[in-house]
Design a protein around this ligand. Structure first.
Ligand code: PLP
Length: 411
């Protein structure tokens, strides 16, 4: 007997036309026929809906930033520039893309632990905010600002002394390459102020992919407390505090979506009780996967159907070179199934247990492991959901000479 494994929850709202998964009002099979396979399809209406839902939940005073490393596909990025209050970047390449997508320099902030001199120069030249990650990086930024005759806008990225509980990726609490330890913050801020540069405030990011509202609320409250404490040490109010984010999406069986209303209500309450020194500070959160993850689907065509020792394999023309995370090889310890479906038989009852694999010659290339699906054949199209974030951009597209998948933004 084959042991059947569950798949993750398909994000709500996906519907069928003539029995096929519909994306932006078009059938998945038609999209693949017209654009080729494999194909990432991102939906504008889903981006709109997610942002609207988040704005409704969060206090009006909170800025919502898009962390573009989740998905830098230019048409999607351009769309997110229109929806979000700011764009968070993590390289000189992302700076160029954000500016090309129409983001205004005053709405861009640049984090990342290893910024080259050229990247600092481009950022200072463009006038974006740089989240300074170490005292030595601070010195380099000040020196470059001086040589350019431009005043750098510098925020301090803090390595918080707490982490986001239950988060998939911890970015704070303990020794970290991100940001600077708390005792270095006030001396670095003073150095920025003494040099006559623009000290913008703090960037405090404690973790990613958390699904517990209570854990997110606790981290936000600790973050505001820490920002207040640091501002008091510096003796000056920060204009801007980026509170991080970390709001996750359900990928795996048993995952539940974050109760975003609860997070928003708690944040509104926290905003009413701000320490005096933060009373006129502009707060922001920065989100990647929460904004774009569920808006994307990866479509890949079945090119072979075969049996091995009683197990059925559907072999696709896609794989981990586009979907490293779905294959279980991007920051997960135990491989579990992403939400998946036979897109061209979206309405049919699941009747057989199959493994869906990619075309790469490695046992790592598995998109879905022993899940129950409708009976599918060569030519059918598989959909992997939650593909809008860390899919195309965070997978080794050139592995085995395969090359990137096509990407499409639809209604
Ligand atoms: C990666 C990253 C994000 C986005 O994380 P998500 O889990 O996609 O929301 C936000 N801020 C920083 C500093 C990051 O490194």
């Amino acid at each position: 007997m084959i042991k059947t494994k569950a798949i993750g929850p398909i994000p709500p709202g996906y519907q069928a036309i003539d029995g096929e998964l519909a994306l932006g009002g078009q059938k998945a099979g038609v999209l693949v026929a017209e654009n080729g396979s494999p194909l990432f399809v991102y939906s504008r209406s889903r981006l709109d809906a997610r942002m609207a839902q988040l704005r409704a939940a969060m206090p009006d005073a909170l800025d919502l930033h898009y962390a573009m490393k989740a998905n830098p596909f230019p048409p999607l990025l351009r769309y997110m520039v229109g929806l979000a209050d700011g764009i968070d970047i993590a390289s000189g390449g992302e700076l160029r893309m954000a500016l090309e997508a129409g983001a205004a320099a005053e709405h861009i902030s640049f984090a990342g632990p290893g910024k080259r001199d050229e990247e600092l120069e481009q950022a200072i030249q463009a006038g974006v905010t740089i989240n300074i990650e170490s005292p030595t990086e601070c010195d380099r930024a000040l020196r470059i600002g001086e040589s350019l005759g431009k005043k750098p806008h510098l925020s301090i990225r803090v390595n918080p002394d707490f982490d986001l509980k239950g988060s998939g990726m911890k970015m704070g609490g303990g020794a970290k390459p991100f940001g600077m330890d708390i005792e270095l913050v006030a001396p670095t801020a003073k150095r920025i102020l003494d040099a006559g540069a623009d000290w913008r405030g703090f960037h405090i990011f404690a973790g990613s992919q958390a699904l517990s509202a209570d854990a997110i609320i606790e981290t936000q409250s600790q973050t505001i407390e820490l920002a207040g404490r640091l501002a008091t040490m510096i003796g000056q109010r920060p204009d801007h505090v980026n509170l991080g984010g970390g709001i996750g999406i359900p990928y795996f069986p048993g995952d539940e979506p974050v109760d975003i209303g609860k997070v928003g209500n708690a944040m509104s309450e926290q905003f009413k009780r701000l320490p005096n020194i933060l009373a006129s500070t502009q707060f922001a959160i920065e989100l990647g996967r929460y904004l774009v993850g569920e808006a994307g689907v990866y479509l890949t065509r079945i090119i072979d159907r075969k049996m091995s020792q009683g197990q059925t394999f559907l072999v696709t023309d896609g794989g981990l070179h586009h979907q490293l995370a779905a294959s279980g090889n991007f920051g997960t310890v135990v491989r579990r199934n992403y939400p998946a479906a036979i897109a061209t038989r979206f309405d049919e009852e699941p009747t057989e247990t199959v493994s869906i694999v990619g075309c790469l010659c490695t046992p790592l290339d598995r998109l879905s492991d022993n899940a129950v699906m409708p009976e599918a054949n060569v030519g059918d199209v598989v959909a992997i959901f939650c593909a809008g974030a860390y899919g195309a951009t965070a997978s080794p597209a050139n592995f085995l000479g395969q090359g990137p998948a096509k990407e499409l933004l639809v209604d």
